[in-house]
Design a protein around this ligand. Sequence first.
Ligand SMILES: [Zn+2]
Length: 309
Amino acid sequence: MLLLLPTFVVVLVSLFVRYSQAVYVSSLNRRMGRRGLGEECSTPYSPDENEVMRATFARTKSRRDGASSQGYEFNVNVNVVATNMTYDGGWVPDSQIEDQMTALNAGYKGTNISFNLISVKRILAPVIFETLNLPDSPEQERMGSDFGTLFRSGDGTTLNINLIGFSTDDETYGFGLPPTLYTEFPQFDGVYIRFNSLPGGSSKVRQGSTVTHEVGHWLGLWHTFQDGCSGDGDGISDTPAEASAASGCPSKRDSCPDQPGLDPIHNWMDYSDEGCRDSFTPGQITKMNEAAAFRISLPTSVTARGAKP
Ligand SMILES: [Zn+2]
């Protein structure tokens, strides 16, 4: 590890200078829009991207029908980004990563989808640890692109869980990018998680469920409260409409009384408390299987620049 330190220091100096450049076209931002509603997750909602998903998943339906009976198992690379080699600096112990994998697979039990940890990479990169966030500004897009190009591993079927600090953002615990962005922006693909939200971590509010939630985005889901009480909502017919994100665990909450059903506060894609969220709906599971079929249909040659298979 010590032998690699000088290399990372050189990278950081280079990146810091480049992020200060003012002229840059933020193409991913144009496609996805600005960050989502605050608190747990900064994943944006894009109705246009939802339409792209509908059309794309329809095209890969035949592959889904052929492969779904076998189940989908995704390989996982965990990238631990730290500012130093202490826990508070992001140096998460292997035991918490293993417990997170157990929690993730428990959350996806019954969905036909599972996850298999194949590598843990540890990266000393203070600027990334402290400031990386959703790529909705030129500086963030440049930083995220550089990070993914250098450190993302695998192809479109490889889930990269990037543990970072969000030190300059008190609210966000993570974000995940939708599968249909992969073809154009493979270097960003994955989920980005506040390091202390793993099981046994120092967060008082999240102990593993953020990864389950963000992987839902990685498999094409939106928040249950998308579009409030009107419109297309999250695009899933069996998630009741919800006016806004839930907090706590309000069992009788009915924020859209003119729409059927109580609020889906137990759904992984809401913002309710840790321990309150425990389920996906059948409609969400169907969409995630469509997303899984799409991911395995991607040519393996489409990888992030510099990524290793
Ligand atoms: Zn979210």
